[in-house]
Design a protein around this ligand. Sequence first.
Ligand SMILES: O=C(O)CCC(=O)C(=O)O
Ligand SMILES: [Fe+2]
Length: 289
Amino acid sequence: MSSYVSQWENVDPAPFTRESLLGILDGKVAFIKESEFVSRDIAQKVEDELSPKLSPYLDVPGPTLLRVGIAQFEYQAISDDQLNQRSNTGNEKLEYFAETKRHEQLHENLSQKIGQNIWKSVIDRIANLLPEYDVAVAQEGPNKKYFSGIFRAINDSTPIHCDWSPYDSRTEDWIINQVTKQAVFNLYFTPVKGGKTEVHDCQWTEDAMNWRDRSSYGYHEKLVEGRKKAIIQPQPGDLCFFNSRNMHQVFPVEPDEGGKQRARLTLSSFMGLIPPKSKAERPKLILWS
Ligand SMILES: O=C(O)CCC(=O)C(=O)O
Ligand SMILES: [Fe+2]
């Protein structure tokens, strides 16, 4: 017998407020949407500037993912094959931090070209809503700063998956494995045909492992059968948040009338809660992509 108790009141978009952001982190709100968080003009400039610069993620089993910037995900062992080949030298982390260094100026450089640091606009709003939290890019010490704010094009779909670092990054001791709650934002730039995201009212637990597809980062559909789901249709300028521990999937973009495919371009970052270890400490919301 399944013992599904819905965590969400409804599957409607919630406004970008403190209460709903905390609700997202708690897994009680399906998703947040703020329409036209950035203007159509900025969205167009981002597309013009970055679409030609997209390149594929390293070593990700499954449909192609394109990006500008880097994802910590590219430095994880994902499939069983990759797990078996994983060295225990810790080189993956060193390679990752060398790469984040190369992308340090990405948002500042883009802002010179388009007239707004859009990554900073999102982070400033989050920090404003959560004044008692330290909101900052994840870091493990000098020269070990993560990268937050990847530009990504997912045109070919994703399997049903979740992004939950305590499980996903378990092969090494990454600081992001210590988060007790994890969410993601996606700022959409392009109108696409198809390409919706479904978020399922089903979070990763040990039981989800019974439905894990070990050849990719996906899970079998049965896991989310009978669960509520929220639907996000990308619109230029829209900013959405959901709890990334919830199972979710992106559907393929369909070719437009001219038979061409426009990049389903987003700016995305994870955020995770590191609770205070003593009364003197503040809670941290760490950011990474
Ligand atoms: O692009 C999206 O709508 C969601 C992609 C995704 O899997 C994520 O943000 O974790
Ligand atoms: Fe995801």
